[in-house]
Design a protein around this ligand. Structure first.
Ligand SMILES: NCCCC[C@H](NC(=O)[C@@H](N)CCCCN)C(=O)O
Length: 451
């Protein structure tokens, strides 16, 4: 009887996995929106006159406000106002940003006075790109804010339970979103008379469903707090202090993890943005065929990430997984740079893409659940937001650099070498991480669940 009274909502496997599905689906739709334009690069170039430089600026815009400090503010909001408020705020921001972007690329907007005005300054960037980039900026704030909120929510709901598996599954569902959008975006565009507007409209509607999901999750979360006997526990237990930022920044381990994160992810997400076009020009195939090939990249990551998360929960070896993942990524980008142009074969391309997917499982599965091992739980939300912030600096500038390099060199050799170099630096840091962990005993190689 006493046990029944003490049983909390997250002690029920069904309830906590339902909570995970709700918030993970919101991220699924968010990741779909992030890459909705990635397979349409050549179409937006012919439709709206966006060259690769413009596309790079647009891609970077997602992160600009975050880099300018919004993510730090997001961490403070999360720590001060809690998961429910921040979750609903962030998913709402995504809907608003997506709607602005939809307007920016719409046929209607191109004929407006505002578009003409936007066209009249910084003339290398068309009015449609300026408006879409502004929307993507707002969306990016919501998306990253939702990312840290989801991490904190999983840490709360899965504390002492299958945390790495849950984080792995959340990322797996997000990867499925990338697969889905690479599959449907070109098809929706073709279906609607080669329109870039239709896929964006479709994904905007999905984001509204994501917002509803977060509202439903908030109801569950409020119930959990009530059971915990902490009616106001969506309020943080500790007030956020600026000195907490100092504590995080002065941790050497934090810096190794944050730098490894920015270097690794800068060679993945910006690459993803250009991959369809790279395959189109390297294999001389249509955008649909290129997107069909590339969509397998997140699929393998989707299958392997939770498996590796579970492995980490039970066996450990987090630092080794980070090293292996970085090494595989270097090999893949070098193959894209040198081998695929010599042997332009779709099966060979698929092989490299799939192997890169293995790397993209190893690193995220090990990286995110390692953060609670090196950071005090009371400042975990701020730590995640600071790692995201540093990561976003790379995600913002690397697409710009890639776009400019592409424009200057007219080919993908140098961009691929840039990605490979980022991998080399990530590999060096993963060695440093393992050595430092061995010295200080953070337990990165230890399992999360002691059996
Ligand atoms: N609960 C989220 C864990 C992080 C997952 C990670 N995402 C990021 O690092 C984002 N900051 C960047 C997302 C880029 C697309 N907007 C991941 O592996 O996806």
């Amino acid at each position: 009887m006493t046990e029944a009274i003490q049983r909390k909502l997250n002690d029920s496997a069904a309830a906590r996995w339902t909570a995970l599905v709700l918030i993970a689906l919101a991220m699924f739709f968010a990741y779909m929106f992030v890459d909705v334009m990635s397979p349409l690069q050549s179409l937006i170039e012919s439709e709206r006159g966006w060259d690769s430089g413009v596309f790079g600026t647009y891609a970077a815009s997602e992160y600009i406000l975050n880099v300018c400090g919004f993510l730090i503010l997001a961490g403070i909001i999360l720590d001060k106002c809690g998961i429910r408020f921040t979750g609903i705020l962030s998913t709402s921001l995504m809907v608003i940003g997506a709607s602005i972007k939809y307007i920016g690329v719409s046929d209607w907007f191109q004929a407006t006075a505002m578009c003409s005005w936007l066209d009249s300054w910084w003339t290398t960037l068309p009015g449609s790109a300026k408006m879409a980039s502004f929307g993507f900026m707002v969306f990016g704030c919501g998306c990253e804010m939702a990312g840290i909120t989801v991490s904190k929510a999983i840490a709360k709901w899965f504390k002492g339970k299958e945390m790495a598996l849950a984080m792995g599954l959340e990322m797996a569902i997000a990867r499925l979103g990338v697969f889905a959008v690479f599959s449907v975006s070109p098809k929706i565009a073709t279906q609607f008379d080669n329109s870039v507007v239709a896929p964006i409209a479709f994904c905007t509607v999905l984001l509204i469903i994501g917002l509803i999901n977060f509202i439903v999750f908030s109801v569950m979360d409020a119930k959990l707090d009530k059971q915990l006997g902490e009616a106001n526990s969506d309020e943080p237990t500790e007030e956020f202090k600026v000195s907490d930022l100092g504590r995080i920044f002065s941790s050497k381990m934090f810096w190794i993890v944050a730098l490894l994160c920015v270097l690794y992810y800068s060679a993945i997400f910006p690459f993803q943005r250009y991959a369809t076009n790279y395959l189109e020009v390297t294999l001389h195939i249509e955008k649909e065929a290129a997107a069909d090939l590339f969509r397998w990249f997140p699929i393998l990551a989707m299958i392997l990430t939770p498996v590796l998360g579970s492995f980490l929960d039970h066996k450990g070896k987090g630092a080794t997984m980070l090293m292996l993942g970085s090494l595989i990524m270097i090999a893949c980008h070098l193959s894209f740079a040198f081998l695929l142009p010599i042997y332009p074969n779709e099966w060979f391309a698929l092989l490299i893409i799939v192997i890169l997917g293995v790397s993209f499982s190893l690193v995220p599965a090990a990286l995110w659940p390692s953060v609670p091992k090196i950071i005090d739980p009371v400042i975990l939300g701020s730590a995640y937001s600071l790692i995201f912030w540093i990561q976003n600096i790379g995600l913002c500038f690397v697409p710009l650099i890639i776009g400019m390099t592409l424009k200057a060199t007219g080919g993908y050799l140098v961009p691929m070498l840039i990605f490979a170099s980022l991998g080399v630096l990530a590999l060096i840091l993963s060695f440093a991480l393992k050595a430092f962990d061995k010295k200080k005993g953070f337990g990165l190689e230890e399992p999360n669940i002691k059996e």
